[in-house]
Design a protein around this ligand. Sequence first.
Ligand SMILES: *Cc1c(COP(=O)(O)O)cnc(C)c1O
Length: 715
Amino acid sequence: MTPDRTIHQKLCELASNLWWTWQPEVTSIFREIDSELWTQLGHNPIQLLREYHSEKLEARARETVLHARIHGAYRRWQEYMQSDRTWGDTHAAVLGDRPAAYFSAEFGIHESLRVYSGGLGVLAGDHLKSASDLGIPLVAIGLFYQEGYFSQTINPSGWQEETYPDADPRDQPMEVALDTQGKPVIVSVQTRGETIYARVWKVNVGRIPLYMLDTNVPENSEITQRLTARLYGGDQKIRIRQELVLGVGGMKALIAMGIWPRVIHMNEGHSAFAPLEMIRRRMKQHGLNFDDALRETATMGVFTTHTPVAAGHDRFDNGLMDEHLGPLREELGLDHHGMMALGRVNPSDHNEPFCMTVLAFNCSRRANGVSNLHGVVSRKMWRCLWPWRKEEEVPIGHITNGVHVSTWLAPQMRFLYDRVLPLDWHVKSGEPEVWQGIDDITSGELWETHESLKNRLIGYARFRLSRQAERHKASDAQIARIQTMLDPETLLIGFARRFAPYKRADLILRDLDILAKIISDTDRPVQFLFAGKAHPADEPGKQILQRIHNIAHDKRFEGRVVFLEDYDINLARHLVQGVDVWLNNPRRPLEASGTSGQKVVLNGGLNLSISDGWWAEAYDGRNGFNIGNGLIHADQGTQDTLDGDDLLRVIRDEVIPLYYERDADGVPHEWIKRMKRSMKTLGWRFNADRMVMDYVSKTYIPASGSTSSALPFVP
Ligand SMILES: *Cc1c(COP(=O)(O)O)cnc(C)c1O
């Protein structure tokens, strides 16, 4: 028997595994230790516990009666880690001890680990959390961006400014990954001009290890040390080198650690170089030629594409490819055009650049889009790769994205779920029957819970606004006015996501006179809350942001249109838990899925969305609000006008009347009916457990069943 751990040791252990990030109870323990410091540290428990060393923590725990809760949380964590009765134990046993390897350029797990920029990363994070909950043998590979994506501030003229706070690895829940000999893993990738070295960090996400490669090592030149410093921060040359480290370096790291994956899952094309390293190993170990090794490797490949526009896919020219892939290509026995052919739609067109998406398709027998509609769009878009097939027979299916329930569900709402849903609902939340009990929540209770979450959001928004105002040296009067901004009784519509132009954050601003009239109606007013970052190089995106910022500071809209700076997972959580309505108005069909609206569903908010991505298969006429008729216009301007007009119409004729139709107690019964219908019909479907179960049964298991992946592993 080991002696009992102190509460400090227990909390340090809890902090070292990101499991805590989807345990509201553990989060609240950290917060209660010192809420001011917790906020100041960006919700980082490792830094918090450094401040609250043993004795200081003891004293504080005694004061706040935390002992029992800490012991309880620790016990639950132990049980979770040791549980062997998971969905995966029954349904994914054939994967056995050789895991699926999930590659992604970004992972959005928690605000304190800033290695994500938006939906793609959050989706990857949710995938890992559900894989952990379900007990799927899976390992994840990414890059450690020490400066992450950027922090956003908006200057007085409304222009976005970027800063890059440096994350010290010692403040992160990372440990050095070890190879089969117990030594720190260092991998190297050869280009024409240099050898790029990378160390490997291990982060535990529940039961799932996430390995992050990092080129910040002394073996590298100063420039290469910074190669992985920033996410999506550089030019094409940085991009290809990052992707080389992610794919080839990532695969080398796995093998160095004795992990020989059974499935290679590429989340977007950034990691499509990974199979090439696997092919090289197979050629060397099993004496295969390139074509046979490619065929065998492709049987274990699973590729998820996310980009419904041709221009959005990574493409590299001849020179970049030769410089960076030349040495590997020679080992594969290919000439330059043989290599380029793997990434070309037309292999004999020597001017066509190398496309990572095409490589990914060529290296995976199973490919999918991320919603039903995106599957259709992808088959049309990539039919050119299978010109002999009919469009419906292009081998790209779809698995619609979902969100991780425990991460996005507000604790107050969870109490209601616990009361009306089956006892084990949280391990079966991907099953429809489980959600039928939503009807048993009384209208009054559901409304009260929603109202309290909305109040919490408004309080938080005011706090953020005050902080913004102080930074801009606002007057006392201005800061005082913030405390009256956003009204709990007024319909609250939220919009937050990356400010990519196709998402049209400013669609609602097309007719300012009508908008002004709608929001300032004396009986039935409306208020909007915006947040989001534009990519640093995206001028049109920054202009859209500037427009919204300026409207928010215009007298006509002040206090009714509000912009919150520095959108991240923390702000996202507050928003999706507290809004009445979540607005999503992309230019169809450019939103491959979208996931933020799915987070809103869980908390009782209603979606108001263009029929695109997940919403095109979710809306049934009574579980939210739909904008537009699903048609696509050849002329973008026309499409924007029609959608903008319809958006205002739906808000005025459908959303506002339903929201303000109250009984004598002020309860909007028809609205609540819609809330329940949304939760009941959508909660189980657009759910990361359901998504991961689909990936396992439709892709991982078939991919692992191939004879080739059963070839022996010779380290
Ligand atoms: C969920 C989420 C997204 C995804 O937004 P969509 O545009 O709806 O796909 C982006 N950023 C953050 C921080 C999120 O939490």
